[in-house]
Ligand binder design. Sequence first.
Ligand SMILES: NC(=O)c1ccc[n+]([C@@H]2O[C@H](COP(=O)([O-])OP(=O)(O)OC[C@H]3O[C@@H](n4cnc5c(N)ncnc54)[C@H](O)[C@@H]3O)[C@@H](O)[C@H]2O)c1
Length: 317
Amino acid sequence: MLTSRQISGRDVSEVYVAEFLKGKSIAITGAGRGIGRAVALLCAAEGANVVVADYGVGMAGEDPTSEVADAVVKEIADAGGTAVAVADTVTSMEGGARIVQTAIDNWGRIDGVVCVAGILRERMLFNMAEDEWDPVVETHLKGTFTVFRAAAAAMKQQQSGTLIGFTSGAFAGSVAQANYSAAKGGIVSLVRSAAVGMHRYNVTANCIAPIARTRMSANVPMELAENGEPEDVAPMVAYLLSDAARHITGQVYTAVGGKIAVWNQPREVRAMYKDGRWTPDEIAARIDSTVGQERMAMIDRLEAMRQAAASGEKPNA
Ligand SMILES: NC(=O)c1ccc[n+]([C@@H]2O[C@H](COP(=O)([O-])OP(=O)(O)OC[C@H]3O[C@@H](n4cnc5c(N)ncnc54)[C@H](O)[C@@H]3O)[C@@H](O)[C@H]2O)c1
């Protein structure tokens, strides 16, 4: 790929050799739109052979069509890359297996899977119906498991591979998306379990918490303090899939615009002890001055937003 840049006010042309993922065999779910599509296009541009897996559904998971995955395969082929479409749902074990098997059938191995597929059905907890809970948890959490499961078996044989899940900052809590938040928290735990379980087989597992302008983020009812494009998220995914990132596992990375940040690992922060069993009244007498609680910053932010809205200002997230 030929690029041109300015050095000391002069145009300097240089050849950028796109081979960060040269020859790798990578399957990406949700690759038909938004962030998944940007990841698929970049992986192909960096020399990977790509399975474009997308069920082609509406934002709530409705009306599947194979045209969405086919369109991205065509985009990649038109740009000189190599890709194959799979229009299955990630929610079935057969779908997850087929996505991984398609890579193996075409290119002999599976070097990386990236589980981006997702849907939204927003509702306050006290109004949420079973058919709003189940499909969201099934698409995000089970849909990551089905692909990880199939890939992990093949990667154990290969003694190499990369598993990437997609979480969200909402895993830390969300007002009207308990289903989505719970699924995204589950993905973080699934990724950490994959990291510890697959470490001895030279397989890494990491999570991306993205923010980007897509149809999914378009209906957030407030201005986001940080935002960017799907193409801003893709390079971190490509890096994690590459040989340069073999030492990285069990991590959650935010990727938004020009920002990349790492999340902490959960751990106990304070403890109190007694010889033998506590009674409830003993706990009541001691806990505030010792263990206390870790305050949710989100509750403070929501309170500030409520006050801003009450005084007629546009709330910021
Ligand atoms: N956009 C953001 O700001 C943001 C923020 C946090 C997390 N995320 C996460 O990033 C991921 C991508 O989000 P996006 O904004 O690009 O969404 P998007 O709606 O643009 O794309 C999601 C894709 O997933 C596909 N899909 C849905 N259900 C599927 C299924 N059962 N099987 C296979 N494919 C299926 C859809 O057809 C769609 O093409 C999601 O997991 C989302 O939760 C996005």
